[in-house]
Design a binder for this molecule. Structure first.
Ligand SMILES: Nc1ncnc2c1ncn2[C@@H]1O[C@H](COP(=O)(O)OP(=O)(O)OP(=O)(O)O)[C@@H](O)[C@H]1O
Ligand SMILES: [Mg+2]
Length: 113
């Protein structure tokens, strides 16, 4: 299992979600975060409101997947979020040790999706 953490432009959230639905990835956690990349928030200000300091509003998406869903999910996020401009975002992929569905106490691959 893997944990995908994607940081994307807020304006791309609907497109990314639609691409994920197309490949049957329907479970995800979204949060609003502040961040900046290597331009330190300076050159992409026109793409969104500037918050504290040079931090910009971003959306963080967390998706836990079985290994066979990893590449399709990454491709779907890229397809939905990419414009080719700076600030399009980044995807981090982490190993995921365990997952427990609290209601049923299922674990692992059964619990994840
Ligand atoms: N190495 C990193 N560690 C933690 N967060 C990061 C990292 N790189 C990017 N981020 C987060 O992702 C957001 C989007 O990054 P961004 O797309 O600007 O990356 P970049 O490396 O500057 O690439 P680009 O040159 O395409 O803009 C940042 O605002 C920040 O929140
Ligand atoms: Mg950047």
């Amino acid at each position: 299992m893997k944990m995908i953490i994607a940081i994307i432009q807020p304006s791309k959230l609907d497109d990314v979600r639609d691409e994920l639905y197309k490949i049957d990835v329907n479970l995800m956690t979204i949060s609003e975060v502040l961040g900046h990349g290597r331009q330190k928030g300076v050159t992409e200000v026109y793409r969104g409101a500037k918050e504290m300091g040079n931090f910009l509003r971003k959306i963080r998406i967390e998706i836990a997947v079985n290994d066979n869903f990893l590449e399709p999910a990454v491709k779907a996020i890229v397809k939905g979020a990419k414009t080719g401009e700076t600030g399009d975002g980044k995807i981090f992929i982490l190993p995921l040790d365990q997952c427990v569905r609290i209601r049923t106490e299922e674990r692992g691959g059964l619990a994840i999706g």
